[in-house]
Design a protein around this ligand. Structure first.
Ligand SMILES: [Zn+2]
Length: 374
């Protein structure tokens, strides 16, 4: 399913060159997928059934998913389709643009419908595929690890010279790289280059929309084999192979349909969770006031009738009431709250009226205490 593949081709080359937004959108989805997968994994497996396997799976997520799974997936897609996994679903494709003029000529021929197959000269070379794979798989993995290391070093005091050097230079290095990448993108946007990143520009890798078929079979359609039913080992092998390739085709088709649906479902789910969280927070904010007991206005007080002061354990003199609804002697209440950071002597709950006064270095507790006039 190519989202932008059906856009009308404009002038000679405009139709083949994807906009920067298409490239960025594909990259955004590429970055979102592991995050979404990790969220689902942790929320629905590791949190509900914490065990050896689920925790190891969550703990080594970067290694098995970002390196293993994504690495294999990208390697397969780059090798077979000259496009990264997500790019393929956005209808984008990469090609060898080392012969600049030749490449442009080929693409404009293809746009005019004069080529019935993707020209071999435009297929990526092995070294280019390797660079793209490094850029897609290894670079994000190591960037995340180095970022984490840099954050850890920020709070450590005793550092070796190498660590100090790394701590000082890493942000500069990252900034410089980002700036160069931005220049490459601007050059792409202005039409000066066909590559969207610095590495791609150095290794002459261009971006295009998939407008011409990649393989000859796709151009001419699958060929039918009509053989007389004559059973021997070769024919059985051939039948098995046909069956397998049919199965593979069905699996690929199902995958191509299921994948965008899953992405859509994930987006809806993300939106739903966001909504849920907002209402939950709003409800909590609204109920804060309700959770605080109102100071009783009549004399049916919990401690005043029967009990003594909870602080000094003597009959209450000079009664006062605090936010949690308990009564005690006024001097006891003020003294206790000042000494215990504004916590109720009975429930140990922090009283909202008590605040720390930084100027005097004391707890300001008077707003929490009300004198009772009996
Ligand atoms: Zn007392």
């Amino acid at each position: 399913m190519s989202f932008y593949g059906n856009m009308p081709a404009g002038g000679a080359l405009e139709g083949a060159v994807p906009t920067l937004f298409e490239v960025l959108a594909a990259q955004e989805v590429d970055g979102l997928l592991p995050v979404a997968l990790r969220y689902v994994l942790v929320k629905y497996w590791a949190e509900r059934r914490p065990g050896r396997w689920s925790l190891a799976c969550a703990g080594w997520f970067d290694e098995w998913c970002s390196l293993g799974l994504k690495g294999a997936l990208e390697w397969y897609h780059l090798g077979r389709h000259d496009a990264a996994f997500v790019d393929k679903y956005y209808g984008l494709q990469q090609y060898d643009c080392s012969g600049q003029e030749g490449a442009r000529a080929y693409i404009s021929l293809a746009l005019d419908g004069k080529l019935d197959q993707w020209p071999q000269k435009l297929r990526l070379r092995k070294s280019q595929r390797l660079v793209l794979w490094l850029q897609r798989v290894l670079a994000p993995y190591f960037r995340a690890k180095l970022d984490a290391l840099h954050t850890r070093l920020q709070v450590r005091d005793a550092l070796s010279p190498v660590q100090q050097w790394f701590k000082r230079l890493y942000p500069h290095f990252k900034r410089a790289w980002l700036l160069l990448d931005l220049c490459a993108r601007l050059a792409f946007l202005s039409g000066a280059t066909q590559s969207t990143s610095l590495l791609e520009w150095v290794f002459k890798v261009g971006y295009t929309r998939v407008l011409v078929p990649l393989h000859k079979e796709q151009a001419t359609g699958p060929r039918e084999y009509t053989r007389p039913p004559h059973y021997n080992s070769a024919s059985v092998k051939h039948d098995m192979r046909t069956l397998l390739s049919q199965g593979w085709r069905i699996a690929a088709f199902t995958g191509s349909q299921v994948f965008p649906s899953c992405m859509f479902a994930l987006k809806v789910y993300q939106w739903w969770i966001g909504q849920d969280l907002t209402t939950k927070l709003l409800r909590q904010i609204n109920s804060i006031d309700k959770e605080i007991p109102r100071p009783p206005t009549d004399l049916t007080l919990r401690d005043l009738g029967s009990g003594n002061c909870p602080v000094c354990s003597l009959p209450i003199t000079n009664p006062a009431i605090i936010e949690t609804g308990f009564t005690m002697c006024y001097p006891c209440a003020v003294g206790y709250l000042r000494e215990h950071e504004g916590r109720c002597p009975v429930t140990d709950a922090r009283l909202l009226g008590c605040t720390f006064n930084a100027d005097s270095g004391e707890w300001d507790v008077l707003p929490s205490v009300r004198k009772l006039l009996l």
